[in-house]
Design a protein around this ligand. Structure first.
Ligand code: PLP
Length: 421
């Protein structure tokens, strides 16, 4: 019964330092969030001890009566939040959800057509070093060089030429909504299945602030830890009973052994919260924050310094900053913001002239700060700090900017009362 601090002071120090970092800085990595204390409690629980291979009511281990309750709650809640008939809540991560989903839809050697990684797609959508690129034949679609958006007419022509078995809608870095109805019609026209990976925007969908891909897609996958703010993990949804059966057998025994019941309990909590009015209000602040940021980063003073925003704005929880014409590259901009206490990630822009380790872009997201409580006034202040840093580069008064960051962080305390985690 000894505490972590007693057993392993080095790891206890890591937890303490990381909590301090999360409290003292402003987290703007678009794929991150702060799981609520209730989710942390479920995850850091005795459920981690339990083996539960199989599915609720059909386990290969005894003693599953309580974890069955948790998994059934997670399944029922996520189905209700997204209006899906079937759900598998066992995937350990977004990538493993995608692997199981793909293997339920196509066989090795079949062709998938997804958004290119360089244009905002995810590794699991067909990148050559990923399982998806190794197992399946891959064709990639891209955004247009003028608009930086996907042209659905061109995609239709490409799909007719390529004749894929699966078309992928979804992205890791794209600031606009996709037209799921058009995706459905293209998939039908070429006889392909439609898979939507809503990992990034699932929270917005749950809040009714983004079109729901579930009615249009054969399979929808998601992570639970991004805009949804749950435990780090994945989920798969479908309205098709035959595909849902294949998904279940591909997750277990196809791909995984024992499910992480502590994470599944955390998912149940996150899906309960995702159905609440507070969650919707938070997603509204997330969206408004991203719009405020996009507006500030298209102001004349920053554009004169070569900084702008891809597509000129955003409809989602992130902004893609275009630094192709700026003296700062993505790496320098990321480091500069890190110095003032704002965490973002550099991100290649489509048609990026700079190498992948450097890049000409930043991906900046508002979900974590919205969870922290930020509203329009705070997002306006953060946008001003970021704009000043990117505009003035190394000439910016970094100490003064950092003081403004510290003030915001102090005004919105994180995990109050938690000293141990
Ligand atoms: N799908 C998309 C669209 C993502 O952006 C990500 C993560 O960045 C994933 C899947 C993979 O999730 P995980 O990191 O949990 O494997």
């Amino acid at each position: 019964n000894r505490s972590l601090a007693e057993v392993d002071p080095e790891i206890a120090a890591v937890l303490k330092d990381e909590l301090g970092r999360q409290r003292d800085t402003l987290e703007m990595i678009a794929s991150e969030n702060f799981a609520p204390r209730a989710v942390l409690e479920a995850q850091g629980s005795v459920l981690t001890n339990k083996y539960a291979e199989g599915y609720p009511g059909k386990r290969y281990y005894g003693g599953c009566e309580y974890v069955d309750v948790a998994e059934n709650l997670a399944i029922e809640r996520v189905k209700s939040v997204f209006g899906a008939k079937f759900a598998n809540v066992q995937p350990h991560s977004g990538a493993s959800a995608n692997a199981a989903a793909l293997s339920a839809m196509i066989k090795p050697g079949d062709k998938m057509l997804g958004l290119s990684l360089a244009h905002g797609g995810h590794l699991t959508h067909g990148m050559k070093l990923n399982f998806s690129g190794k197992l399946y034949e891959v064709a990639a679609y891209e955004v247009e060089p003028e608009t930086f958006t996907v042209d659905m007419d061109k995609l239709r022509e490409q799909a007719k030429r390529e004749k894929p078995q699966v078309i992928v809608a979804g992205w890791s870095a794209y600031p606009r909504q996709l037209d799921f109805e058009a995706f459905r019609s293209i998939a039908d026209e070429v006889g392909a299945l439609l898979w939507t990976d809503m990992a990034h925007f699932a929270g917005l969908v749950a809040a009714g602030l983004h079109p729901n891909p579930v009615p249009f897609s054969d399979v929808v996958t998601s992570t639970v830890h991004k805009t949804l703010a749950g435990p780090r993990s994945g989920v798969i949804l479908s309205n098709d009973e035959a595909i849902a059966k294949k998904i279940n057998s591909n997750v277990f025994p196809g791909q995984q052994g024992g499910p992480l019941m502590h994470a599944i309990a955390g998912k149940a909590v996150a899906f309960k919260i995702a159905g609440s009015p507070e969650f919707k209000e938070r997603q509204e602040r997330t969206l408004r924050g991203a719009k405020i940021l996009a507006e500030r980063l298209t102001g004349s003073d920053v554009t004169e310094a070569g900084v702008s925003v891809l597509t000129g704005g955003t409809d989602v929880h992130l902004v893609l900053v275009d630094l192709r014409h700026s003296e700062l590259d993505g790496k320098q901009a990321e480091d500069l913001l890190h110095e003032v206490g704002i965490t973002v990630n550099r991100n290649a822009v489509p048609f990026d002239p700079r190498p992948p380790m450097v890049t000409s872009g930043l991906r900046i997201g508002t979900p974590a700060l919205a969870t922290r409580g930020f509203g329009d006034a705070e997002f306006t202040e953060v946008a001003e700090i970021i704009a000043t840093a990117l505009r003035d580069g190394q000439n910016a008064d970094l100490e003064a900017l950092k003081a403004r960051v510290v003030k915001l962080a102090q005004e919105f305390p994180l995990y109050e009362g938690l000293e141990e985690w």
